[in-house]
Design a binder for this molecule. Structure first.
Ligand SMILES: Cc1cc2nc3c(=O)[nH]c(=O)nc-3n(C[C@H](O)[C@H](O)[C@H](O)COP(=O)(O)OP(=O)(O)OC[C@H]3O[C@@H](n4cnc5c(N)ncnc54)[C@H](O)[C@@H]3O)c2cc1C
Length: 376
């Protein structure tokens, strides 16, 4: 576990949502005190209503029993025998359209998995005067006397563009939003508080188990600041080969261990990132690793093949946290400048954050509409 961690981030329309595994974990509010919703309560921001609205729109539901593949079922059976509470993962998948191919990460070709492009389709299908510009990279926010005036950006031809508005919402993701804030003199030269929900996939050789063709992460078992869940990772193949096995993708059985890591990372004005693993992070990963090994052995994985991927992070957040960079209305110190992405989440939820981010955006849009109506 001493390799540098790898950070996963995708740019493009819909953000990172097209590659998501459709996990919709807001329900963790009840079982984990650091979950995003619980964290916001400390700032007098209750998101429950918006989470319900978001769940409804994204068609969140648990993985149905009949869609659970045999490898996942084996994990459930043996996990329960070991005393773990294995629960179906809530998913934003329309299961009437899903054929269970397991390729969620490649972008759903069946139209079953929700992603943020669904909102864009909705806008395009509704008659209104909204224009979506997907070829502009925002470089800075224009503001004057602590009041926002718009944004400056560069188009695909390298031309500088200006857009004027009394309301600006930045949602460039926790790795990009800080750069815009720094370059616009909204915050200083460093944004700290970065977390990433660090994870590893622990796996080994089990001939023809075919976990790779099942809906990924179909169930989970919660252990406070971390959870474990069945997960196939291609990265395991060469590592297991090095141990003298000759696995094809269908011979890999794996468990993801995902932790709420400490929000101790920094992003500098040149875009560089610094984040150290703490001993707490490492201990949580080790705990999850040990449980996964126990479970993998119980389902029949060859113990000498069991290996771990490098540490990765796929949920960057915390870099413009509520209470530090934004207030409970998600507004920065610049009037009219708001943030609605994972940057505002103050601590690592250790759980998939999309539903929470959608709920935050819904709350913000209600606030903005209310403010506009008050002025009319
Ligand atoms: C492989 C993978 C699987 C995942 N699975 C899940 C899952 O199952 N469930 C879950 O809840 N989460 C999942 N996540 C995490 C989740 O996708 C992210 O946490 C979430 O999408 C972050 O949302 P965001 O709005 O903060 O940023 P993003 O989704 O990163 O969106 C930022 C957007 O801003 C754009 N942008 C960036 N800079 C600029 C700029 N300067 N100007 C203009 N536009 C800009 C980007 O192109 C992008 O469209 C997964 C992540 C990965 C990598």
């Amino acid at each position: 576990m001493n390799q540098p961690a790898e950070l996963m981030d995708i740019d493009g329309l819909g953000g990172t949502t097209p590659v998501s595994l459709a996990n919709a974990c807001y329900a963790c509010t009840s079982c984990y005190k650091n979950s995003a919703t619980a964290q916001f309560k400390g700032y007098d921001l209750e998101l429950f209503e918006e989470l319900l609205e978001a769940s409804n729109e994204l068609k969140v539901g648990s993985l149905p029993a009949e869609m659970m593949g045999p490898a996942t079922r084996m994990i459930v059976d043996k996990g329960e025998k070991l005393g773990y509470f294995m629960e179906p993962m809530p998913k934003f998948i329309d299961f009437t359209k899903c054929d269970g191919c397991g390729l969620c990460i490649l972008g759903c070709t069946k139209g079953a998995k929700w992603d943020a492009n669904d909102f864009i389709k909705e806008i395009n299908e509704t008659e209104n005067n909204t224009e979506i510009l997907s070829n502009i990279t925002v470089t800075r926010v224009i503001h004057d006397n602590n009041r926002v005036n718009g944004v400056e950006g560069i188009d695909s031809k390298g031309e500088t563009k200006h857009y004027h508005s009394k309301i600006v919402v930045i949602a460039a993701g926790a790795l990009n939003t800080p750069k815009i804030l720094i370059d616009s003199d909204v915050t200083n030269e460093v944004c700290d508080g970065l977390f990433t929900d660090l994870f590893i996939t622990v796996g080994g050789y089990l001939k023809d188990v075919n976990l790779n063709t099942e809906i990924p992460m179909g169930v989970k078992s919660e252990f406070g600041p971390y959870f474990i869940s069945p997960h196939f990772s291609n990265q395991l193949i060469p590592i297991i080969e090095d141990k003298g096995f000759n696995p094809k993708a269908g011979d890999i059985m794996g468990m993801m261990v995902k932790i709420a890591d400490e929000a101790n990372g920094k992003i500098y004005s040149n875009g560089s990132i610094e984040k150290e693993l703490t001993s707490r992070d490492i201990n949580l990963l080790k705990e999850g690793y040990d449980k996964s090994v126990e479970l993998l052995k119980a389902v029949g994985v060859d113990p000498s093949s069991i290996s771990s991927t490098p540490i990765r992070g796929a949920h960057p957040g915390g870099t413009a946290a509520i209470g530090k960079v934004v207030d409970k209305n998600l507004e920065t110190r610049i009037k009219g400048l708001f943030i609605a992405d994972a940057s505002v989440i103050p601590q690592a939820p250790g759980r998939p954050p999309i539903l929470t981010i959608v709920a935050l955006a819904k709350r913000l849009s209600k606030n903005i509409v209310e403010e506009i109506y008050q002025k009319v």
